[in-house]
Ligand binder design. Structure first.
Ligand code: SAH
Ligand code: DHB
Ligand code: MG
Length: 220
């Protein structure tokens, strides 16, 4: 039922995009795991990028570039999407996919552990990012959130994927679930970020995301 309802709304509200369909086909053919955002989730990210008229987007966890292409499509020029990917094979597939989708000029894929890459990025003192999508190893969520705030500005929108994980967030002791709870603890205790968690169902099952915004308040 969740998938059928997803398909109904997607069919009505999401324009067919052959390049996005190709991203998924190429990623699957290359043996990448089928864990990218669904079309409705991708469209939500795209609408957020549009809402804030973003020129600069940061992503942690590229995989085959599916979410990156969704977001890059809405970036205003001059613009940039910097995305971090640990696995060079994933990054190679993503490179081909973003190029084929016609947004390659906007997308900077950085290969290696994201925590290291984010540190290096911070040292470059870049212009602040307008939107951040955190979707990599869940154990490091709180580390990535901290970098997202430091690389953002008041008003920066941060989305963190997969925070419900079928309800496992409540009690499971795997490092991903522990990482989500550490993130929630951090958000609960920081005055410089305001946030909410939304549970979702759909073609990717039962999960959810956190939406956060960097506030004008000083860091506590
Ligand atoms: N955002 C993508 C899906 C990302 S899946 C989409 O929706 O299309 C998570 C990705 O994070 C995987 O490709 C995995 O290799 C990568 N990853 C895992 N640990 C990482 C780390 N420490 N640094 C950077 N990327 C990492
Ligand atoms: C997994 C990771 C994701 O980013 C996702 O959206 C779904 C599943 C995973 O690691 O299993
Ligand atoms: Mg995810």
């Amino acid at each position: 039922m969740w998938k059928t309802v997803d398909d109904y709304f997607s069919g009505a509200l999401i324009a067919a995009d052959s390049a996005l369909a190709q991203v998924e086909r190429v990623s699957e053919a290359a043996g990448l795991p089928a864990i990218s955002v669904s079309a409705p989730q991708g469209k939500l990210l795209q609408l957020l990028v549009r809402c804030v008229r973003a020129h600069r987007v940061l992503e942690v966890g590229t995989l085959g570039g599916h979410s990156a292409v969704w977001m890059a499509r809405a970036i205003r020029r001059p613009g940039r999407l910097v995305t971090f990917e640990l696995d060079p094979r994933h990054a190679e597939v993503a490179r081909a996919n973003v190029d084929h989708a016609g947004v390659g000029d906007l997308v900077d894929i950085r290969v290696g552990p994201a925590a290291h890459g984010l540190r290096a990025l911070l040292d470059e003192k870049p212009e602040p990012f307008d939107v951040v999508f955190i979707d990599a190893d869940k154990a490091s969520n709180s580390v990535y959130l901290d970098y997202a705030v430091r690389l953002g500005r008041p008003g920066t929108v941060i989305v963190v994927d997969n925070v419900v994980r079928g309800g496992r967030v409540l009690t499971a002791t795997d490092e991903g679930s522990e990482g989500v709870r550490r993130l929630v603890d951090m958000l609960a205790n920081r005055a410089d970020v305001d946030s909410v968690a939304i549970q979702t169902v759909g073609s990717r099952g039962y999960d959810g995301f956190i939406l956060a915004v960097v506030t004008d308040d000083v860091r506590c």
